[in-house]
Structure formats: structure tokens, C-alpha cells
Design a protein around this ligand. Structure first.
Ligand code: DGL
Length: 289
């Protein structure tokens, strides 16, 4: 019944995000695990995902994962909290059994949730993320599964990802939204001592975030936790590690114009980026269920 033919030879690790945000994760992956090959896919043409419906985020993410599988990846990291919150479970439970039971898709919420237990002293944690991630309650659920004593308060920042996607990183308008949203989160719970940036776009706003965060509050960008969790995963799954090629390369794909992508991506990565434009829609319904 499946009509997708997937290559069986080893391939790069796929890294997917709605746009540029996943580059903050990719940077940390390459820093910690430079030996592997990576294939980054940004769905910039359809970003931001944050306010989109469950159905659309699932459909877009499934198209991207299928594309990455078809282009050699055996392991795909959803370097996007919104996709991890809205699509990961369905992809793992409904799609992988049909596409290929030996391939894996991992998200970013669980590894981030794991790290907070040792950081918060007050046991009050704040989450700043997209509306999709906040409304899914994924962080509350994951954190409380691991640490039932932690109180989690979330606040959606619908303007932040679009500002980052448009590279508006340090102007007055951006600062207004950053300050306002941090204040709104802290107003909900004054005991918060740890804030998770639960959107991979947000580390790009770190200078402004640091400026407006209360002094006693620790900010957690996710990238390095995701990287160390992947390192641990590959160590525990040597069979999967063998399916990931390791010549240290990185290729970039975007659904936007590739010249526009390259211009912004090189500022995120701090080196030249040459991407390739791809279309995802043809991967919409790759299988007959
Ligand atoms: N970077 C994504 C995340 O981590 C999504 C941002 C968006 O597309 O709205 O949630």
C-alpha cells in the first residue's frame, strides 16, 4: 500500500524547522557533533507556523519529513517546538509505521523539559513560545511527567517568530514586544526563576531578552540541550548512528527563494550558506493509507 520508495543507504541527519529558527539548533548540533552530515530544511515560504491550525502544521511537517526521508535521512530532528507539539506524535504513531518502521523522528520538547529539573530552585518555570506550542500544553505535560513538583506557566508571543523571520532583531518595535511579553509572563507568576525559550527562533532575540529579563531569572535557549540529547541518543542507538553519514557536511534546503534564504541564514550561522530551493507540496500525500 505504501507508494514511497525510500533509499536504504546511510544519509545525513535531517533538521527541520518552519524557517530560520532551526538554525539555532543546527549550530549547536554541528558544534557538539561536527562529524555528522546534516540536511537542513526550512519551510520559510509557509512560516510562521505558530498560529496555524493543528491540521496544517501536521500536514506541512509530514511533507517535510517525507521529503527528508526520500533524500536519504534515516533520522530527522524537528528543530521546531510548534511542529514537535502539534505533529510529532501523529508522525511517530501514524506515519512511521507506514513509511518505514526503522526511521526515526525526534522532537525538541522532551529534551528541553528534561533539563529544567536541575536548574529551577523556586520550582516555578515560565515558557515563552508560539501560540501553537502554548495552547498544546506540551511543556506543562512533559515537565510535570518528569518533575511533578514544578509549576509551569506559559505565555504565547505571536509577534516574535515573524519578527525573527523578517530579521527585525534589534529595533524599537521588536524591543517593545519582547519587553511586553516578558512582563506579561512574569505578571502571571512572580516566583518564576527559569524561563524556557520554547521556540527555536527566540535565541536570535537573546540580547533583547537578556535586557528585559529580571536579574534573578535564568534563560534557557534549547540548542545545546537538544544537541547533548542527540549525542546521547546516538550513543544509545549505535544502529541508527551507523545509518548517519559522517563526513562533516551541511546542506540547506528552503521552500523560499534560495537567495533570500542565503542572505539571512549566513547571519544566523555566521558563515556563508548556499541553499537550494525546493517545493514541498508534491509530498503532500505520499502514501495511500
Ligand atoms: N521555530 C518554531 C518553534 O520552535 C516555529 C516558529 C513559527 O514558525 O511560528 O516553535
Amino acid at each position: 500500500m505504501a507508494v514511497v520508495k525510500l533509499p536504504n543507504t546511510p544519509g545525513p541527519i535531517g533538521v527541520f524547522d518552519s524557517g530560520y529558527g532551526g538554525l539555532t539548533v543546527l549550530r549547536e548540533l554541528r558544534r557538539l557533533l561536527p562529524q555528522y552530515d546534516y540536511l537542513y530544511l526550512g519551510d520559510n515560504a509557509r512560516a510562521p507556523y505558530g498560529s496555524r491550525s493543528f491540521e496544517l502544521i501536521y500536514q506541512y511537517t509530514r511533507e517535510a519529513v517525507t521529503y527528508l526521508f526520500q533524500h536519504g535521512c534515516h533520522l530527522v530532528i524537528l528543530a521546531c517546538n510548534t511542529a514537535s507539539a502539534k505533529a510529532l506524535r501523529n508522525i511517530q504513531q501514524k506515519d512511521l509505521p507506514v513509511l518505514d518502521t526503522s526511521r526515526r523522528v525526534l522532537g525538541v520538547i522532551r529534551p528541553t523539559a528534561e533539563c529544567v529539573g536541575n536548574i529551577s530552585r523556586t520550582r516555578h518555570i515560565g515558557i515563552l513560545a508560539t501560540a501553537g506550542t502554548i495552547n498544546s500544553n506540551s511543556y506543562n505535560l512533559e515537565i510535570n511527567k518528569l518533575y511533578p513538583d514544578i509549576h509551569v506557566e506559559g505565555h504565547a508571543c505571536p509577534m516574535w517568530a515573524p519578527l525573527v523571520e523578517n530579521f527585525e532583531l534589534d529595533n524599537e518595535g521588536t524591543e517593545y514586544f519582547v519587553q511586553k511579553d516578558i512582563q506579561l509572563l512574569m505578571d502571571k507568576d512572580k516566583d518564576i526563576d527559569t524561563i524556557i525559550l520554547g521556540c527555536t527562533h527566540y535565541p536570535l532575540l537573546l540580547p533583547l531578552i537578556q535586557k528585559h529579563i529580571p536579574k534573578n531569572v535564568t534563560v534557557i535557549p534549547q540548542g545545546r540541550y537538544i544537541a547533548s540529547s542527540l549525542k546521547d541518543y546516538l550513543f544509545r542507538h549505535p544502529d541508527m548512528a551507523k545509518k548517519c553519514t559522517s563526513t562533516g557536511t551541511c546542506r540547506y534546503l528552503t521552500t523560499e527563494n534560495n537567495i533570500i534564504f542565503d542572505r539571512s541564514a549566513c547571519r544566523f550561522m555566521q558563515h556563508d550558506v548556499q541553499s537550494q530551493h525546493i517545493e514541498l507540496t508534491e509530498y503532500n500525500m505520499p502514501c495511500e493509507y
